[in-house]
Design a binder for this molecule. Sequence first.
Ligand code: 3HC
Ligand code: NAI
Length: 706
Amino acid sequence: MATFTWEVNDGIGVVTIDTPGAPVNVISRAVTEDLYEALAVLEREPGVKALVFLSGKPDNFIAGADIEEFVRLKSTADAEQMARDGQALLDRVSSYPKPIVAAINGACLGGGLEFALACRYRVATDHPKTQIGLPEIQLGILPAAGGCQRLPRLIGARAALDIILAGKSERAGKAQRLGIVDELVPPAILRDIAVAAARRLSQGSFRRPRRSGFLGSLLDGNPLGRLLVFRLARKQVLAQTRGNYPAPLAALEAVRHGLSHGMREGLKREAQLFGQLALSDVSRKLVQIFFATRELKKDPGIAGAPPAAEVQRLAVVGSGFMGAGIAGTTVVQAGIDVRLKDSDVARVAKGLNAARDLVNERLTRRRITKFEHTRLVAFLSGSDQYTGFGGAQLVVEAVFEELGVKQQVLRECEAVLPATAVFASNTSTIPIGRIAERAARPERIVGMHFFSPVARMPLLEVIPTAATAPQTVSTAVAFGRRLGKTVIVVKDAPGFWVNRILGPYMNEAAHLLLSGVRAEEIDRAMVQFGFPVGPITLLDEVGIDVAQHAGEVLEAAFGERMTPPPALGALVKDGRLGRKAGKGFYRYANGKKGGVDAAIYALLGVQPNGAIPAAEIVQRLTYAMLNEAARALAEGVVRSPRDGDIGAIYGFGFPPFRGGPLRYLDDVGADRLFAELQRLAERLGPRFAPSEAIVDHARSRARFYP
Ligand code: 3HC
Ligand code: NAI
C-alpha cells in the first residue's frame, strides 16, 4: 500500500497519494489494487467519517491512467477490460459510504480527473500548475473511466464536449466557473479547506448549485436541445479532423449513448469504444509522439555534453519580427532579463512594443496577474548600443538575412560579450559555419533556428558547426526548452532539416500550379491529407519573397532536383508577398483571408484545367518530401528518425496521426515508394529520381522504425 498513506484527525481521514520513486502519480494496475485496499481499510474504521485525497507530489495530483501500461495492450478485449476495471474502481469511489473530497494541486488529467469526478466534492488550488482536463483525445483514445458520463452530468453536455473533444486542460479558475471544481483556494490552505469540506459533508447532505444558465439549460436540459448540441459538435469535429481522427467521434458517441440510455449503458459503450481505439493505428502513432517528445525533453542534444550554462540574461540583436518574438517569449516563459539591440531607437521601441504585446496577451488571457505582468514587463529593455551585453550569457542574432551583416554583428558582439557567452544565429538559410568563419571564439557559436510566430511555434532547431563546443550545444538546447520549445539538434547543412524537406514539397506545389491545378485544389487536398494548412496558404503565411529566397538557396546547394519552377518570381514582381502585403495567392481584407485571387493565373500564364485528381496531388507532394527526408536522414541532417518526425510535426504540422514523414514512409513501404518515384521520374523528370537512401531501403527491405 505504498502509494496511499493516511492520518486520521478528528474523524477525517487525510489520504496522501504518492507513488514512491515516480515523477508523477498515475493510475496503474498496482495503484488500483492499493486504492481498493486503502478504501477497504478506511471503510472499516469507525472513527473515520469522511476522506480527503491529496497528492504528495509538489505539482501533480494525478496525471491519468498509466500510458505505458495501455500501450502494452495486445487485444481490443484486453483494452475494453482495462476500461471496465477503471470504471469499477471509480464506481467504488463514487458509491463509497463515506464522503470523499479531492484536494487538487497540480496536474489533474485524464483518469486523474475521472477519479476526482467520482469524488463527492472537489477543492482545487489556483496555482498555475493546477491543470484540469481530459487529454485522452490527444492520445487517440477517449476518457474511459467514466469521464464521458460523469463530466456531462456535472456540467452539461455542451461544456463537457468542449473539453472532451478538444482534449483540453483548463486552469482551476475556469474549471470552477464551469462547475467542475467546487472551491478554489490558494495552495497554502488547500488541506484545511478540503478537511473542512469533508467535515461538512460528513455532517449533512450537500446540493451542488446549478450553474448552466438559461442557454445551458435550454440546450442541455431536454432531448431536442441535446440533439442540436450533438449535431453541431459532430459537424465541428468533422470540419477539424476531416475524418482522420476517430477518437473525437467515438467520444461523442459515448457521451450521447450515456445520456440517452443511462449511466450503466454509457459506461459499457465507453469501454467498448476505448477497446477499439486503444489498439488503433492512429492512437499508437499519437502515443509514439508523446513518448518521443518526452525523450527529447531529457535529451541534452549531444552525447556526453557538460551541463548547460545557466542563462540569466539574454541579449537579442535585431528587434524585428523574429527578434521581438524571441525576446517576448523569453520573458513570458523564462522570466529573465532581455536586452534588445537594433540599429536605431525607433526600431528598438517597435521591437519592445511587440515583445510587450506577448506579455500583455498573457494578462488578457488571465494567465498572469497584474503584479506578475508588471514584473515581467520590467525585464524588457533595449538600446541602439551594445550596453548591457556584458552581463549576457546568451545572445541571439536576428538581423537581416545577409552574411556580411551577420558577420559584422558577430564581430561587434564578440567585442562586448563575456568570453564564455554563447552567440546564436537565428538565420534560416545561411550556413552557421559561414557566419562563424572569422569568429574569435568559434566554439561559442551555434544556430538557433526559431519558427514564426516564435510564441506559438513549438519547434526549435539547434545547429552546431564542426567547431561548436559541446557545452554551447547543451546551453542552446536547454535554453530552447526553457522557452517551452521541443528542440532537435540538426546538421549545419542548407535548409537544416525543416526547410530542406519542405523545399521539394513546396516546389512540387508550384509545378502543379503551373500545370493548371487550382491553388485551392492543392490546399484542399493537403488539408484533407492532414496538414493544418495547404502549401499555397503556407507560402502566403511565410512570405512569397522569403520562400523564393529559401528555394534559391536550396537550388544553389543541391542543384537541379531542387530547382524551383519559375512561379514565384512573377508574383513577387507584382508585389504579391503574401499575407504581410495584403495580397498573395489569396486575397486578404482587414487581416482576414479571402478566396484565391484569380489574377494569379494570368500572372503565372496558366488556365486552371482541373486535369489532376486530388490523389495525384497528394502523391506528388508527399513523395517528393519523403524522398528528400530519407536522403537528408542518411546524410545525418537529423540524428534519428525520431528527431526527423518530431521536427516535421512541430515545424510545419506534418499530420500527427501519420506519425511523421519517416514513419509514414515505413507505412507506404520503401519498395513501393521506390517504384512510384521511378514512375514519376519517367513521367515528370529527374527531380523524382529515388534517392540512394530509398534505393537501399527498398533493396534491403529496411525500415526506419522496428
Ligand atoms: N502515464 C505514464 N507516465 C506519465 C503519465 C501518464 N499518464 N503522465 C506523465 N508521465 C511521466 C512522463 O512520461 C515523464 O516520465 P519520465 O520522467 O520518465 O520521462 C514524467 O511522468 C514527467 O512528465 P513530464 O516530463 O511530461 O512532466 P511535466 O511536469 O512537464 O508534465 C504532465 C506533467 C502535465 C502530467 C504531463 O506529463 C502530461 O501531460 N502527461 C500526460 C497526461 C495524460 O495524457 N493523461 C491521460 C492518460 S490516458 C487516461 O487517463 C485514460 C483514462 O481515461 C482511462
Ligand atoms: P526583420 O526585418 O523583421 O528584422 C530584422 C531586424 O534587424 C530589423 O529591425 C533591422 O533593423 C535589424 N538589423 C539589421 N541590421 C542590424 C544591425 N547591423 N544591427 C542591429 N540590428 C540590425 O526580419 P525577421 O523576419 O525578424 O528576420 C530576422 C532573421 O530571422 C533573419 O535572419 C531571418 O532569416 C530569420 N528568420 C526569419 C523567420 C521569419 O519567418 N521571418 C523565421 C526564422 C528565421
